[in-house]
Design a protein around this ligand. Structure first.
Ligand SMILES: Cc1cc2nc3c(=O)[nH]c(=O)nc-3n(C[C@H](O)[C@H](O)[C@H](O)COP(=O)(O)O)c2cc1C
Length: 190
């Protein structure tokens, strides 16, 4: 049995990424896994924009940080499901990383090198795109997004980005929603 934490970041209940998350959730539940979906817009542990006056912020964790860090710590797999906004994740998700992937919990420095403390957790990223994935690939945007996630958001803390999936055409009329959900069934089984 795996412990799977799904994080979504879409303000509307009609956002397609919620349907993807629900599909992923259902498939893994059927397999007997412990699965949680956290919608960052709806959770009672919603976090304001990250801010601090001095480095004291590193010492005193908020109630929300404690909640999320426990969830991360207990997870074998984290799945981030979100739309691409202005070439990246919605800011509420970036804000979640700023708050919760903190020094001493997620990473430390040793001999001038960063040392990830969350090793052993695998990560899957699933995104939707208004435009074309093909164009994102030829203009290097796909690779840029993947590098940011793999090396910084995920790799920095020792976690392993196993796979990133991007589904496009949502705003150009070329999207096949049913086909995507069928693919998610296969992806969730991996
Ligand atoms: C603020 C905002 C920024 C967006 N930026 C991009 C973008 O940079 N590239 C792109 O292809 N689509 C962009 N989109 C389109 C979304 O990616 C697309 O609408 C979404 O993935 C479709 O899912 P939804 O119907 O569930 O919202 C943007 C949408 C919004 C609301």
């Amino acid at each position: 049995m795996k412990n799977i934490l799904i994080i979504t970041a879409h303000p509307s209940e009609n956002g397609f990424t919620h349907k993807i998350a629900k599909k992923y959730f259902d498939i893994r539940k059927k397999l007997g896994d412990q699965v949680d979906i956290i919608n960052l817009y709806k959770t009672k542990y919603k976090q304001n924009f990250f801010s601090f006056e001095n480095k004291q912020y590193k010492n005193k964790l908020t109630r929300e940080q404690k909640y999320f860090q426990k969830k991360i710590f207990l997870a074998d797999r984290l799945v981030f499901i979100f739309p691409i906004w202005t070439g990246d994740a919605p800011s509420i998700l970036k804000n979640w990383f700023d708050w919760n992937i903190t020094p001493r919990f997620a990473f430390t420095y040793s001999h001038g090198m960063v040392k990830g403390l969350l090793k052993g957790r695998e990560v899957c990223v699933i995104t939707t795109l208004g435009g074309s994935v093909f164009l994102y690939k030829i203009f290097g945007l796909y690779g840029a997004i993947k590098t940011i996630w793999k090396r910084f958001r995920i790799g920095f803390s020792g976690m392993n980005l196993k796979k990133m999936y991007m589904f496009g055409g949502f705003d150009t009329g070329f999207v096949k929603r049913d086909k995507i959900l069928k693919k998610i069934e296969k992806i969730a089984l991996k």
